[in-house]
Design a protein around this ligand. Structure first.
Ligand SMILES: C[S@@+](CC[C@H](N)C(=O)[O-])C[C@H]1O[C@@H](n2cnc3c(N)ncnc32)[C@H](O)[C@@H]1O
Length: 274
C-alpha cells in the first residue's frame, strides 16, 4: 500500500473506516493510534494493531466500499443500483456517456471505469461545491481519469457534449431533459433515470412515451444481505428497503414503411430489394 492511497480499516465488529495513507500520518481509533508508516509498503489485506492493541484489517477498498465511505456532498447512488444501471444502460468500454447531476461522483466513477480509457464521461452539475467534492472523490480513487469531464451546467438547458451514446440522470426532474435527450442520443441510444419516488417515476415514463422513446421500462432492485453464523443462517434483520427506481427508454429511429403491395421489385421472400 502506497502513500496517498485510500485504505479501508476493518475492526473486529466489521465496522469500516476509510483513511488515506500519508508518510508520518497517525490516525486515532477510540484512543488507540495507527501509525501509517506501519502500513506503507505492506501488501493488501495486512493486519495492523493500534497502540491500544486493537486489531485492524487493512484492505484496498473496492469501488463499492469507497462509494459508501467517501465524503458526500449529495446522496450517492448505492452499489446495488450502480451495478444494475451499467447493464440496463448497456455501458461498455469506448462509449461516450453523459450524466447529471454529478453529486458526490459515485455514478461518475462507476461509468468512468466501465467506459475505460477509450471512452468519455461528461458529468454535469449545477452546484459548485458538489462539483468540487466529486472532483476530489474521483481523483483520490481513480487518479487523473482523463476520460472524465466535469462541467458546471444545468442539463435541462441541453447536452453540450452531444452526440452521446447514453444519457443517465439522477436529479429531481428528469422529464425536463427528455427533449434534450432526443437531440443528443442517436437512434437506439439509451436514456436512464434514477428517481426515488413513484410520482417522479410516472412523470418520467409519460415524458419518454410522449417523446416517442421505445422499450420504456421501470424497475427497482432490493438486495437482502444474509447473516451466516453457525446454524444461524437467516436474512439480516435490517436492510436498505428503498433507494430508487430505474427508468430506461431508447431513442426512436426513423420509421421504415413497408412498400405497398405490388410496388417495386420483390425478392423470393417478398422482401423489398429495390
Ligand atoms: C442525488 S445527487 C446525484 C448523486 C450522484 N448520482 C452520485 O451517485 O453521487 C443529485 C444532483 O443533481 C444536481 N442537479 C439537480 N438539478 C440539476 C440540473 N438541472 N443539472 C445538473 N445537475 C443538477 C444536484 O445539485 C445534485 O448534486
Amino acid at each position: 500500500m502506497g502513500a496517498g492511497e485510500p485504505v479501508l480499516l476493518v475492526d473486529r465488529k466489521q465496522r469500516v473506516y476509510l483513511v488515506w495513507l500519508e508518510p508520518g500520518g497517525v490516525w486515532d481509533l477510540r484512543g488507540g493510534l495507527v501509525h501509517f508508516d506501519d502500513l506503507l509498503g505492506r501488501p493488501d489485506a495486512s493486519v495492523v494493531h493500534t497502540s491500544r492493541g486493537e486489531r485492524l484489517l487493512a484492505l484496498r477498498p473496492t469501488l463499492a466500499d469507497y462509494i459508501l465511505a467517501m465524503p458526500r456532498g449529495a446522496q450517492v447512488i448505492y452499489p446495488k443500483d450502480l451495478g444494475l444501471i451499467l447493464l440496463l444502460a448497456d455501458v461498455y468500454p469506448g462509449l461516450r456517456v453523459a450524466e447529471a447531476g454529478t453529486g458526490s461522483g459515485a455514478l461518475t466513477m462507476t461509468l468512468a471505469r466501465a467506459v475505460g480509457p477509450a471512452g468519455r464521461v461528461f458529468s454535469y452539475e449545477v452546484r459548485h461545491e458538489f462539483l468540487r467534492t466529486a472532483e476530489r472523490n474521483i481523483r483520490r480513487f481513480l487518479g487523473e481519469a482523463p476520460q472524465v469531464t466535469l462541467r458546471l451546467h444545468d442539463v435541462t438547458t441541453g447536452i453540450p457534449d452531444a452526440p452521446v451514446d447514453r444519457l443517465l440522470l439522477d436529479l429531481p426532474e428528469p422529464w425536463r431533459v427528455v427533449a434534450a435527450a432526443r437531440e443528443a442520443l442517436p437512434p437506439g441510444g439509451i436514456f436512464l433515470a434514477y428517481v426515488p419516488s413513484t410520482v417522479q417515476l410516472q412523470q418520467t415514463v409519460e415524458a419518454l412515451r410522449a417523446g416517442g422513446f421505445v422499450r420504456v421500462e421501470a424497475q427497482e432492485t432490493l438486495v437482502r444481505p444474509w447473516h451466516v453464523d453457525g446454524a444461524a443462517v437467516r436474512p439480516v434483520h435490517r436492510m436498505v428497503a428503498h433507494t430508487g427506481f430505474l427508468v430506461v427508454g431508447r431513442r426512436p429511429g426513423a420509421v421504415v414503411d413497408a412498400p405497398a403491395p405490388g410496388a417495386g421489385s420483390t425478392g423470393p421472400t417478398g422482401t423489398a430489394t429495390g
